[in-house]
Write a protein that binds this ligand. Structure first.
Ligand SMILES: *Cc1c(COP(=O)(O)O)cnc(C)c1O
Length: 215
């Protein structure tokens, strides 16, 4: 199958969710081929590789950052980033709001919530997420659009466990949504190994690398 048909199949199978092609570790020519099929949303997990790709690929790609972000690197991506999926602290929100203001932009963010059983350094615990979403301070971040949540399931063969983690993410999404305003519509979850299950549990945006490029 050619890559255009392959990507069309993935897009069809996740409807109405959106496909975000994860570009990490792929060559520019691989990414250009994906672009040529019509894909205009791509995601990187590191700021340095994101900046390299932005410089080498067409300007109409909407770029998402899906990996951990340090406050001191926000300034490099603030001029162009479409959406930051990995926001897990007030400090980071303050910096994003400042840099978005300087660039006269509104930056979309997703709050990353920790639902996996396995230890992970990044993401908010469910109780911290709920507390954060109820802080009046959020309303002062005028250059941030709070667009939803991002979650990652455990890397495990247990479908039951992955399903329960996605179900928890969806429950948290529904819990905090009323406090978060009308932009809060996205639930970013699902990768190559688990995106069908993520879709079943309410994902609106899947982040797929391997299944797009290795088929
Ligand atoms: C790499 C990565 C993905 C995509 O993983 P694949 O298994 O290659 O589809 C999705 N989300 C995040 C945060 C990643 O770092």
């Amino acid at each position: 199958m050619n890559i255009a048909a392959h990507i069309a199949n993935i897009k069809q199978s996740i409807l109405p969710a959106q496909l975000l092609v994860v570009s990490k570790n792929r060559s520019i020519s691989q990414l250009q081929k994906v672009y040529d099929t019509g894909v205009r949303s791509m995601a990187e997990n590191r700021v340095q590789s994101l900046l390299e790709r932005v410089a080498q690929l067409p300007a109409d790609i909407e770029w998402h950052l899906i990996g951990h972000l340090q406050s001191n690197k926000v300034k490099y991506i603030a001029p162009f980033i479409a959406c930051i999926h990995s926001v897990d602290s007030i400090k980071l929100l303050e910096t994003i709001n400042q840099e978005a203001t300087k660039n006269n932009r509104i930056i979309r963010v997703l709050l990353q919530v920790k639902v996996a059983e396995e230890e992970s350094k990044f993401g908010l615990n469910p109780s911290d997420l709920i507390a954060l979403c109820n802080k009046p301070l959020l309303a002062t971040f005028e250059h941030i659009a709070f667009c939803g949540l991002m979650a990652m399931a455990s890397f495990t063969d247990s479908e039951e466990q992955v399903a329960s983690e996605f179900a928890l993410a969806k429950k948290l999404f529904d819990t905090v949504k009323p406090a978060m305003g009308t932009n809060f519509t996205e639930l970013s979850m699902g990768m190559s190994g688990d995106y069908a299950l993520a879709i079943k549990h309410g994902s609106t945006m899947v982040r797929i690398g391997t299944a797009v490029f290795e088929y």
